[in-house]
Structures are given as structure tokens and as C-alpha cells.
Design a protein around this ligand. Structure first.
Ligand SMILES: C[S@@+](CC[C@H](N)C(=O)[O-])C[C@H]1O[C@@H](n2cnc3c(N)ncnc32)[C@H](O)[C@@H]1O
Length: 290
């Protein structure tokens, strides 16, 4: 008996050449500060391949040209931002670090503002992804100030490069995965259950303003209101040292004297800036502007 082999059809996208990778990774770096090493060429090929067919182009070289000269280049840049960024986040991400932040920085800032008779607070969540981080900060402020929060003017500026994550953030609706570090108590107090998931409570949502902002656009960063606290966790990990220096220097300029910078637990400014004093505690580090 003869057996016929089933025909398997694979959809094979175009391959990226070294020259095309160089061209695209340079474009991405120039526009976003995100540095993609040559060892991750496959990532560019996998993630951006879909754009070539969507735009009916035939190669990555054509795509690089499209991004630079086509009439729809700015909209395509937004698509590109979605594809090259990593948006992993969650409510109460890295809880031990958040405890250090609350005890070493937030408490002190709140007390300082009270003493100065200024019941106001500005926080910048830079690289806020789908909103879990700035909303977590809003919940922490509710927990700390309790009823007195009514008398405070609180502004959490939550900014990201990718328009798609900001849309999700504004919707404020989350599933179990985003809430995996959230206690039942916090869930009950700050969310309402709906058919599509859990909706952040308006009393938290109203503290947060979402905006599109590219950390590589130094002039645009100057427009962010001055802050007592800058949160930029798990973002500079994607930048090279030059970009890290530019971004940290923008945070320095934005912070008031004695303001605090919080980075991701695997990130450090040790070799990047001497303008902050690190407060090192078991569980995490916060940086105080000198
Ligand atoms: C891994 S998420 C971190 C989210 C959150 N801060 C946290 O720690 O859970 C990194 C975010 O940084 C954003 N990002 C990357 N490069 C950026 C840039 N140049 N300007 C603004 N945001 C950027 C990405 O879009 C992404 O949402």
C-alpha cells in the first residue's frame, strides 16, 4: 500500500539581511532610544514581518524606507512602537520594592508637603504600559492618606510611547493575570467586578492622567509637570548607556530638590549618574535627588 504524505504549507515571511537589520535597528534607536543588539535580529524579523505583508511590501528594506518617507509614516511608527516594546507589568509589581518606596520615600514626601502646608503631590510614571503601575500608586496614596486624600491635589502623570497600551490603560479594565499580586482586600476596595474583568475605581482613576510621551524626546519631557517622585521601572533596561544618561538627566531636571527616583529592581544608575543618593534597603533601592 502506498502512502501519500500530507502536504504541509508554511507561510514563510521575508528574511531580514544584516544590512536591513542595521537600517531598522538604527531607525528604532534614533526614534525611541531602544537599543536592539545584533543577537536579537530574529526578534525584529519575527515581530515586524507582519507589517511587511500588511503594507504589501516585499522586503525589510522596503519597510525601512516606508518608515522614513511614506505619507503614512507617523501612523506606521505607532505600529512599530507597539511591536518593538515589551509591555509586561502588573498591579503591585515587586511588592517588596513598593514597601521600601512607601516607607523611605512616599511617607517622607507626604510629611514634607504637609509641613510646608502644601497638600499637593505630583508623580510621573514614565513607561506606564497598560496602567497597572500608576493605578497602584494611586491605590497606595489612598491607603496612606485615607479620608484626608479629599483635601489633596494629586496628579499622577502616566506616560508611554505606545498608543495601544495607553488605550488599555485608560479603559481601566483588568483580568486575573494583571491582578495576580493584588490581595482580595485591595481588590474589594479599589475594583468593581464586571463581565469583562475588574474595573479600577473612579476615585483611583481620577488621580491619573495618561499621555503619549517618548522618553527620547527631550523637549517633550520638559513639558511634564515637576514631580516629587518619578517612577521608571523596567524601562531603561531597553536603552543603551547614552540613552540612559539622557533619560536620567531629564528625570533629574523634572524632580524637585529632595525628590525621589524609583527604577526597576534589576536596574541601576551606578555608572550613569552621581546626582542621586541611593537609599539601599532589603527589598529595594530608591534614589534621592541631591
Ligand atoms: C516592561 S514595561 C514596564 C511597565 C511598568 N513600568 C512596570 O514596571 O511594570 C516597559 C514600558 O516602557 C515603554 N517604553 C519603552 N521605550 C519607551 C520610550 N522611549 N518612551 C516611553 N516609553 C517607552 C514601553 O512601551 C513599555 O510599556
Amino acid at each position: 500500500m502506498t502512502q501519500t504524505m500530507p502536504t504541509l504549507t508554511f507561510k514563510v515571511g521575508p528574511k531580514i539581511s544584516d544590512k536591513e537589520f542595521e537600517e531598522l535597528s538604527t531607525f528604532i534607536y534614533e526614534r525611541t532610544g531602544i537599543a536592539i543588539p545584533a543577537t536579537r535580529k530574529y526578534l525584529v524579523e519575527n515581530r515586524l514581518g507582519s507589517r511587511i505583508s500588511a503594507l504589501k511590501l516585499s522586503s525589510f528594506g522596503d519597510y525601512a524606507k516606508f518608515l522614513r518617507v511614506a505619507p503614512g509614516k507617523e501612523r506606521e511608527f505607532e505600529q512599530l512602537c507597539e511591536l518593538v516594546t515589551t509591555n509586561e507589568t502588573s498591579f503591585f509589581r515587586d511588592p517588596r520594592q513598593l514597601d521600601v518606596f512607601r516607607d523611605e520615600a512616599l511617607n517622607e514626601v507626604v510629611e514634607r508637603q504637609k509641613k510646608a502646608g502644601k497638600q499637593e503631590l505630583s508623580i510621573w510614571s514614565a513607561g506606564c504600559s497598560t496602567g497597572e503601575e500608576p493605578y497602584t500608586l494611586g491605590i497606595m496614596l489612598h491607603e496612606m492618606l485615607r479620608m484626608a486624600i479629599i483635601g489633596w491635589r494629586i496628579r499622577i502623570t502616566a506616560a508611554d510611547l505606545s498608543p495601544a497600551v495607553l488605550e488599555k490603560a485608560k479603559a481601566g479594565l483588568y483580568g486575573d493575570y494583571a491582578l495576580r499580586n493584588t490581595s482580595p482586600d485591595m481588590l474589594a476596595r479599589y475594583f468593581t467586578k464586571e463581565s469583562g474583568g475588574y474595573r479600577i475605581h473612579p476615585k483611583v482613576a481620577k488621580l491619573v492622567t495618561f499621555t503619549r510621551l517618548n522618553l527620547n524626546d527631550r523637549a517633550a519631557l520638559k513639558a511634564v509637570p515637576r514631580s516629587q517622585i518619578v517612577f521608571c521601572r523596567n524601562v531603561i533596561i531597553y536603552f543603551d548607556d547614552d540613552m540612559k544618561k539622557r533619560v536620567i538627566s531629564s528625570f533629574y531636571d523634572n524632580l524637585v530638590d529632595g525628590g525621589y527616583l524609583v527604577l526597576g529592581h534589576s536596574e541601576s544608575i551606578h555608572k550613569i549618574s552621581r546626582a542621586f543618593s541611593p537609599i539601599i534597603k532589603p527589598g529595594g533601592i530608591v534614589y534621592r535627588k541631591l
